[in-house]
Write a protein that binds this ligand. Structure first.
Ligand code: GTB
Length: 217
């Protein structure tokens, strides 16, 4: 059954891999699953055809036969559940890997996303400049806790898992802020994720997609 995901027609990051289709591409590459990409423009995202696939008018989505999914976490959990390589066989280790997926999405990503809110959505507000250092300190607090837990381990809990895929993807969102450099163990952890051949293929694919010349038609 062929897999189709959606991605920005042109990501605002110009191919830096920060949009959430990259994490889905990465999971598919780790699982050895071929996929196609349907580009969606910002305006098309809010049209009924795309809203039927994604109720919030966003990317990424995932279609496989009559299965239609949205939310990168649910998509990656689905891929990891159906194919070997992203979740351990042992039931307890599997539960812990899933816990790290949730931790990435529910405890680490939210403070990081506040940077975007404060800089862009609220950038013109008079209190925005004062708020930014508070947001950065909240991120620092969470990253220091994560760094303490990771310690000198290669991955969060034994072998690389979907938990690491999600955590590395979330941490990559801090790259434009430079804050990751304050946490050498986390920076090295992210570098290990980026060095994985599956990540490299996913990154190259989204870059090619975002830098392709528009067709003459
Ligand atoms: N919780 C959802 C999930 O995990 O799938 C969130 C999905 C989401 O935020 N999608 C964004 C989107 O479709 C793209 S990834 N936005 C358009 C809209 O809401 O209208 C977020 C994103 C966008 C751009 C960059 N960038 O340019 O660096 C990085 C991340």
């Amino acid at each position: 059954m062929s897999i189709i995901i959606t991605a920005f027609e042109r990501s605002p990051d110009g191919g830096k891999g920060l949009a959430r289709d990259t994490r889905v591409r990465w999971a598919l590459e780790e699982a050895g699953q071929p996929y196609e990409v349907r580009p969606v423009s910002f305006s098309a995202m809010k049209e009924p055809a795309h809203l039927a696939v994604h109720p919030f008018g966003q990317i990424p989505t995932y279609e496989e036969g009559d299965l239609v999914l949205f939310e990168s976490g649910a998509i990656i959990f689905h891929i990891a559940s159906r194919h070997p390589g992203l979740l351990p066989e042992d039931a307890n280790a599997r539960a812990r890997a899933i816990t790290w997926m949730f931790a990435a999405l529910n405890s680490v990503e939210p403070p990081i996303l506040e940077i975007v809110t404060v800089k862009f959505a609220e950038g013109d507000k008079p209190w925005s400049k004062e708020r930014l250092p508070l947001v950065l300190d909240r991120i620092r607090h969470r990253l220091s806790q994560l760094s303490a837990r990771l310690g000198d381990a290669e991955w969060l809990d034994g072998a690389f898992s979907a938990g690491d895929l999600m955590m590395v993807s979330v941490l990559l969102r801090t790259r434009p802020s430079g804050i990751l450099n304050e946490f050498p163990k986390l920076a090295a952890y992210v570098a290990r994720g980026e060095a994985r051949p599956a990540y490299q293929r996913a990154f190259a694919a989204q870059l090619a997609f975002n830098t392709a010349q528009p067709s003459a038609a």
